[in-house]
Design a protein around this ligand. Structure first.
Ligand code: PXL
Length: 283
């Protein structure tokens, strides 16, 4: 198989296992080359550490993309996540025009909020801006907070009903034209997973609901989903792998290293990911 290539547009949080420090190893493990455009460099992520450093790289994005264009680099997917400023939304939309060919998929994780709250540093206007970026996507991967904020609705805590989740997923699809994978879906205290809508049918893919909140699970999920799509799986099949692998990582973390804001222990679980993707590097 020819080398697949993804351009990942996220921040580098030096410590804390999220964004590029998750996307790079997981997508690479799937045999996919992962080129990176860092949106910002932080000492840690913003979710639970005091006094983190933050270097905004807004003005570096277009020069990087233009250099890649001069070298005629082609990508199977552009995968975006955490952006470092409101201004980056329009810049990433501009960058997409140079990075995409007719076969390039744009997968957008509108990483900006969770549990009813925006991440530190984003203003109230940011979800509207991020929604604009989602309108350019083939697949969007919001959690429930990001979904309701982009739709201009109030956040509600779960458990949810199928009617409510179905209405969110269909509104997102109708407004953006992108396929939707909505994360953090649960109808009772036993199972948690994702709802997918590919434009025809809503599928609910549920895993075990583990009673612990770890930072960076959204990045693990969206990175594995991207790997699944780019290795040729359907939306539902890629979501099944993402749900299963994210659960594996949470369980591995609970067993070993339960510091909630240090991220999840995905490293030891990578052999399972390779197996779920049906890859045999030795064969
Ligand atoms: O996991 C999402 C994320 C990514 N990058 C940074 C963050 C967060 C969530 O808090 O702070 C810098």
């Amino acid at each position: 198989m020819s080398q697949k290539r993804v351009a990942a547009i996220h921040d580098i949080s030096g410590f804390g296992k999220c964004s590029l420090t998750v996307a790079l190893p997981l997508i690479s493990a799937a045999g996919i080359e992962t080129a990176v455009i860092p949106t910002a460099v932080l000492s840690t992520h913003t979710g639970g550490f005091e006094g983190y450093t933050f270097r905004d790289l807004t003005d570096d994005i277009m020069p990087i993309v233009e250099h890649w264009k001069q070298n005629n680099l082609q990508f199977d997917a552009v995968y975006s996540g955490y952006l470092g400023s409101n201004r980056q939304v329009d810049i990433v939309i501009k960058a997409l025009k140079l990075l995409k060919n007719e076969n390039t998929k744009f997968i957008c994780d509108p990483a900006m909020a969770d549990h009813g709250k925006l991440y530190a540093g984003f203003d109230k206007k940011f979800p509207r801006d991020m929604f604009k970026l989602c309108h350019n996507a083939d697949i969007i991967v919001p959690n429930i907070t990001e979904a309701v904020f982009m739709l201009g609705e109030d956040y509600k805590a779960g458990p949810y009903t199928k009617e409510y989740i179905g209405s969110l997923v269909i509104s997102l699809y109708e407004k953006t034209g992108a396929m939707v994978v909505l994360t953090g879906v649960y109808f009772d205290e036993k199972r948690l997973g994702a709802a997918c809508f590919d434009g025809t049918k809503i599928s609910y893919i549920m895993g075990e609901k583990i009673d612990a909140v770890f930072h960076g699970t959204g990045d693990v999920f969206a990175s594995v989903l991207t790997a699944g799509i780019i290795t040729g799986r359907s939306l539902v099949s890629a979501t099944e792998i993402a749900v299963k692998f994210t659960c594996d990582c949470i369980k591995a973390t609970l067993e070993n290293d339960p510091d909630r804001h240090y991220g999840v222990n995905f490293e030891t679980e990578i052999p399972k990911l390779i197996k779920y993707l049906g890859i045999d590097y030795e064969g």
